[in-house]
Design a protein around this ligand. Structure first.
Ligand code: CAP
Ligand code: MG
Length: 456
């Protein structure tokens, strides 16, 4: 794969003086060429293989508007401090893509190129989606503003919990956990990503017992509450059937897993908009391709695609929990979810300006190994428009599930109050919690139990 063998530059896929059009779709790829491969040639190869090219010139090119249809690699920057890595910028004409289809967009952009032999590794770091293309997508079915209105909950993060153990509970016991967690002060409970319709609890049983718990907790607390009923299933027919039943039972929210695929996600988002339902997305499976720093797809790109596809909630990282997440990268992902305009910010991994053209805001969800003792850090890193979800950190409380929920609600309320009074919660947060715990035994027990738990 010596440069001399590759002909993509010669075929017109390297255009360093290209003037980017407002309507172009832009992609930034981190490329690691094989030894001896010219980085510009490698960038041109990525542009070629992700748009019109094959490995050699074909006669039929000239039967098309090939000048326009060829993607253009227009810039290649060495990445400081890296081992032969470059950031390659590529522009794609709008006409290369079908309107409103993540499947079509991704079949080009991540279709073949990641296995291309001249590259050691390839990572899609960011994309700029032009307004003209964004407007062909629905965007979040509900959005943050309407979600808060439906829940009548303002001025603080929402609280949730994932049911544990992940597998094995019967419907009745599961419903009791939902009830206790909601009664204790959470806004939401949640099915785990791998809870569907197993022999120990079929989906109808789960939905019925969960909604019984939701309704009872709402009546007793006077607050609006929900439980993310996971409708993930083997086929669209099954998913629609489950979603319809959730609607009949009065659920405000349903859940899907990323593994169902982009087309199924878009279909469920359309269903959610038609039915005034909040749509929660668990990003099950994403780390298989988002985690490696030099190969795969960055989660900020997945978050962008999901906002276009139309989900309302998306798991987006915690910084402090059990799953990997750098504070700056997470900040960039949260901005991608919930800002109206996201300006370029290299230190957050945001490589392009991204105006969202009226697509609604998507609520990020922080979950994975978080507990009440981290409330000041969570609030500082993640802000207010977020669902803080404590699974083990509710259901593992020594005083029981309701006590776990109380601890989380009190920790959150006292931290929001302290912040609103101008207290520096980053430094004073632990004291704020200890003071509140004097009056709240469940919070005291939570702090004692998990005080030494960090995942660093
Ligand atoms: C959390 C969780 C979620 C992860 C997903 C779990 O449980 O249910 O699946 O948080 O990670 O099974 O680990 P805990 P992410 O609250 O008990 O840790 O949100 O980063 O995609
Ligand atoms: Mg889970």
């Amino acid at each position: 794969y010596k440069s001399g063998v590759l002909k993509y530059k010669q075929m017109g896929y390297w255009v360093p003086d290209y003037e980017v059009k407002d309507t172009d779709i832009l992609a930034a790829f981190r490329i690691t060429p094989q030894d001896g491969v010219d980085p510009e040639e490698a960038a041109a190869a990525v542009a070629g293989e992700s748009s019109t090219a094959t490995w050699t010139v074909v006669w039929t090119d000239r039967l098309t508007d090939c000048e326009n249809y060829r993607a253009k690699a227009y810039r290649v920057d060495p990445i400081p401090g890296s081992d032969n890595q470059y950031m390659a910028y590529i522009a794609y004409d709008l006409d290369l893509f079908e309107e409103g289809s993540i499947a079509n967009l991704t079949a080009s952009i991540i279709g073949n190129v990641f296995g291309f032999k001249p590259l050691k590794a390839l990572r899609l770091e960011d994309m700029r989606i032009p307004t003209a293309y964004l407007k062909t997508f629905q965007g979040p079915a509900t959005g943050i503003i309407a979600e808060r209105e439906r829940l009548n909950c303002y001025g603080r993060p929402l609280l949730g919990a994932t049911m544990k153990p992940k597998l094995g509970l019967s419907g009745r016991n599961y419903g009791r956990v939902v009830y206790e967690a909601l009664k204790g002060g959470l806004d939401f409970t949640k099915d785990d990503e791998n809870i569907n319709s197993q022999p120990f609890m079929h989906w109808r049983d789960r939905y019925l017992y969960c909604m019984e718990g939701v309704n009872k907790a709402m009546a007793e607390t006077g607050e609006i509450k929900g439980t993310y009923l996971n409708v993930t299933a083997a086929t669209m027919e099954d998913m629609y059937e489950r979603a319809e039943f959730a609607k009949q039972l009065g659920s405000v929210i349903i859940m899907i897993d990323l593994v169902i695929g982009y087309t199924a996600i878009q279909s469920m988002a359309k269903w959610a908009r038609r039915n005034d339902m909040i749509l929660h997305l668990h990003r099950a499976g994403h780390s298989t391709y988002t985690r490696q720093k030099s190969h795969g797809v960055s989660f900020r790109v997945i978050a962008k695609w999901m906002r276009m596809a139309g989900v309302d909630h998306i798991h987006a990282g915690t910084v402090v929990g059990k799953l990997e997440g750098d504070p700056n990268v997470i900040r960039g992902i949260y901005d991608t979810c919930r800002e109206v305009n996201v300006p370029q910010k290299l230190e957050h991994g945001i490589l392009f300006d991204q105006p969202w053209a009226g697509l609604k805001k998507m609520m990020p969800v922080a979950s994975g190994g978080i507990h009440a003792g981290q409330m000041h850090q969570l609030l500082t890193y993640l802000g207010d428009d977020v669902v803080l979800q404590f699974g083990g950190g509710t259901i593992g409380h020594p005083g029981g599930i309701q006590a776990g929920a109380v601890a989380n609600r009190v920790a959150l309320e006292c931290m929001v109050k302290a912040r609103n009074e101008g207290i520096d919660i980053w430094n004073e947060g632990p004291d704020v919690l200890v003071k509140a715990a004097k009056w709240c035994q469940p919070l005291r027990a939570a702090l004692d139990t998990w005080k030494d738990v960090t995942f660093d």
